[in-house]
Design a protein around this ligand. Structure first.
Ligand code: ASC
Length: 150
């Protein structure tokens, strides 16, 4: 049991210290990883939205938990947009790599807005949460408009 635990810890340590490109053996792995993170993020962001919009009864603990997960996920996709992963089962546009500074700025904008939403959700005030929700959706959309194929 102890050995398994230390092996698992060692694996995590290696994963965290490897450069991003070395974390994915194949471009398909990077594509799958970033799509997975974005899918999980969207699911939890959607649960926040359902409460922010009154479609689901407000539950302070649930909204804070969902927003925290969405915030964690918001940090993950970007390292997986590795060179050579623009083809295959992906809607990623070539501009992600040809205009990478703009893509990076768009991804950072979304993370910043998601961070504000998570902070608001932790605070538990529905009006503050509602005010923080829209800008996150706007940041998602802005990036999709420029960098995601239809
Ligand atoms: C979501 C979701 C997106 C964004 C986008 C905002 O909830 O899954 O991709 O918001 O639709 O325009």
């Amino acid at each position: 049991m102890k050995l398994v635990a230390s092996l698992a810890l060692a694996a995590v340590a290696v994963t965290l210290t490897l450069p991003a490109h070395a974390q994915f053996a194949k471009p398909e792995d990077a594509i799958k990883y970033r799509k997975s993170a974005l899918t999980v993020m969207a699911a939890h962001f959607g649960r926040v939205g359902a409460m922010a919009n009154g479609r689901v009864p407000f539950d302070a603990a649930a909204i804070a938990s969902n927003a925290a997960i969405a915030e964690s996920m918001s940090k993950l996709p970007w390292a997986a947009f590795v060179d050579g992963s623009g083809a295959g089962d992906t809607k990623a546009k070539a501009e992600i790599w040809s205009d990478n500074a703009k893509f990076k700025a768009a991804s950072e904008k979304m993370q910043a807005e998601m961070g504000k939403l998570a902070a608001a959700a932790k605070g538990g005030n529905i009006d503050t949460i509602k005010a923080a929700f829209g800008p996150v959706g706007g940041a998602c959309k802005a990036c999709h408009d420029d960098f995601r194929k239809e």
